[in-house]
Write a protein that binds this ligand. Structure first.
Ligand SMILES: [Zn+2]
Ligand SMILES: [Zn+2]
Length: 160
């Protein structure tokens, strides 16, 4: 079991892993245009680290300066967005945590850029992954190359 105030995470390929210990300041979604672009998404889910302690336990993110004040960290191998680094502190991409359900958002930012359809998404038709076997018959045979949602001794794991 992971102790309550330790949260681990990392990128999709596993080249970059992090650990956050302590209570983060808050968890948000940001609708600003820069976050949309940096995450390739309608909005960015971010954990503002605050006084919690963050260590990079494997690798380091590459960084892109998206403005004169802000750097965006991402995995240089697989491209997963990982950080928002501003003068007022570090935030980690909430979806990159091993268990994002432990870090629910409590506030929205950048709402002047909120895409008009975002609030309608929960009302859209909803399908589970394996409901789509007609259009995507390969799904039952998928072998994931994604790093598992836990720390690993080495990655990729040694071949037997
Ligand atoms: Zn990666
Ligand atoms: Zn933003």
């Amino acid at each position: 079991m992971t102790p309550a105030l330790i949260h681990t995470g990392g990128c999709q390929c596993g080249a970059v892993r992090f650990r956050m210990q302590g209570q983060p300041k808050d968890v948000s979604v940001c609708h600003c245009r820069m976050c949309q672009k940096a995450f390739g998404a309608y909005y960015a889910p971010l954990v503002a680290v605050g006084d919690a302690e963050v260590s990079w336990t494997r690798g380091q993110p590459k960084r892109f300066a998206s403005s004169n004040f802000v750097k965006r960290g991402f995995c240089g191998d697989c491209g997963t967005p990982l950080t928002y680094e501003a003068p007022d502190g570090l935030s980690l991409a909430a979806g990159a945590f091993d268990d994002p359900s432990r870090l629910p958002p409590v506030i929205q930012f950048g709402v002047e850029c909120k895409l008009p359809f975002v609030d309608a998404i929960p009302a859209l038709p909803a399908h589970a992954t394996l409901d789509d076997l007609v259009d995507a018959p390969f799904l039952p045979d998928v072998v994931s190359y994604q790093h598992p949602d836990r720390d690993t001794e080495q990655w990729p794991e040694a071949k037997p």
